[in-house]
Design a protein around this ligand. Structure first.
Ligand SMILES: NC(=O)c1ccc[n+]([C@@H]2O[C@H](COP(=O)([O-])OP(=O)(O)OC[C@H]3O[C@@H](n4cnc5c(N)ncnc54)[C@H](O)[C@@H]3O)[C@@H](O)[C@H]2O)c1
Length: 355
């Protein structure tokens, strides 16, 4: 899927609210939709940690940024009243598994009550026609199976983060069935994507940011779970799914709303050691990794997604294989490390992808 001329004419002039716009995915999504001509309002906490992609690519200059907590209902409602969004993407979350073990209470609070608050605003809104709640591949009850999870599989994430996202899915089902059944009501969907890689992620406890930090410090890359298999995918493949779903369900609610997996092809679901090996190869300069499988909290070993539904219903496919994902990712971080203009690299990658 690409944002073709037809898609651009859809997004041009649309009012779009993105929660979590200061984060990794939110900053990229804002850039993609700004490039397609949408008016963006972002709602999230400040991007206070340095570095962060939001400031590095300077996306704040082009959108209406509201700094607020997703748990602050009054401020969120005020933002809705002013922005009058046609389309809403929900990305604001506490998204890190390890941090959820340290602080389960705020993880559930942000990820579950944040979804409730947002759906309340959508319920009262007269403008919203399309809502996509971004959850995760980790919402499924883990079976450690060779096969990818399907949208119909049981939801029951293991750790607090994964489970809070399963709960966010259930909250969304409940609101859709209780308040959005009318054909004129907003379409309501959830999107479960794989482990996203791409330039500009600086989070702790994520493998590509760990690789970049190691390179910057002239250290070997320590890999915690080298044999965990994950559906690694490029940020632009993931976002193309969200954008396509939001558009299609805006145009035809009954046909398209629902839950969708967006992940890589089966052959590109690789283990972390292979992924990091590809990072070292693409980076060059003798970078290498070592295993560091010390005791840590439980993490799933094998996680894959079956994306047949997104393909059959929406016509969505990932464009990049694992090598192309890594090339794009390394291109971005090399620009960052060399002090080059990362906003130009981001825009170049978006234009090439959606060309
Ligand atoms: N990155 C991945 O690999 C991945 C994979 C699957 C799903 N997801 C989901 O995608 C979404 C975005 O993830 P990301 O990787 O961009 O994470 P991120 O940490 O880079 O961004 C999170 C965003 O949420 C905002 N936020 C956090 N707490 C908030 C609060 N209390 N109130 C308002 N805003 C708050 C942050 O300010 C930031 O803008 C999350 O919902 C995450 O669960 C991410």
């Amino acid at each position: 899927m690409v944002i073709s001329i037809e898609h651009r004419s859809f997004w041009k002039g649309k009012n779009v609210l993105i929660t979590g716009h200061t984060g990794f995915k939110g900053a990229w999504l804002s850039s993609v939709l700004l490039n397609a001509g949408a008016n963006i309002t972002g709602y999230s906490l400040d991007a206070c940690e340095e570095p962060n992609i939001y400031n590095v690519i300077g996306v704040s200059k082009e959108l209406n940024s509201v700094i607020g907590d997703i748990r602050d209902m009054q401020r969120l409602q005020k933002t809705f009243n002013e922005a009058k969004p046609d389309v809403v993407f929900h990305l604001a979350a506490q998204p890190i598994v390890r941090e959820s073990y340290n602080d389960p209470v705020s993880t559930f609070d942000i990820n579950v009550m944040g979804t409730v608050n947002l759906l309340e605003c959508i319920r009262k809104s007269r403008s919203v026609r399309s809502f996509v709640n971004i959850t995760t591949d980790k919402v499924y009850e883990n079976q450690e199976s060779y096969w990818g999870y399907r949208e119909s599989d049981r939801l029951c994430g293991h750790d607090p983060y994964s489970n809070s996202k399963s709960c966010s899915e259930l909250v969304t089902f409940s609101y859709r069935n209780s308040y959005f059944t009318d054909s004129e009501a907003s379409a309501i969907s959830t999107a479960r994507s794989g482990n996203v890689i791409g330039g500009g992620d600086f989070s702790n406890y994520r493998i590509i940011p760990d690789c970049v930090r190691a390179v910057q410090n002239n250290e070997d890359i320590l890999v915690r779970n080298p044999y965990s298999v994950r559906p690694y995918q490029h940020i632009l493949d993931c976002l193309s799914g969200y954008v396509l779903l939001a558009q299609k369900q805006y145009e035809n609610k009954s046909k398209y709303e629902g839950s969708y997996n967006f992940g890589p092809d089966h052959k590109d679901c690789v283990n972390t050691s292979l992924l990091v090996g590809k990072f070292c190869e693409a980076w060059g300069s003798g970078v290498k990794w070592v295993s560091n499988s010390l005791e840590g909290p439980h993490e799933t070993v094998t996680l894959k997604l079956d994306c047949s539904k997104a393909n059959a219903v929406l016509g969505w496919n990932p464009l990049f294989n694992i090598d192309q994902c890594m090339d794009k990712t390394v291109e971005w971080y090399k620009a960052f490390v060399n002090g080059d203009e990362c906003d130009s690299v981001t825009m170049k990658q978006i234009r090439e992808y959606f060309a």
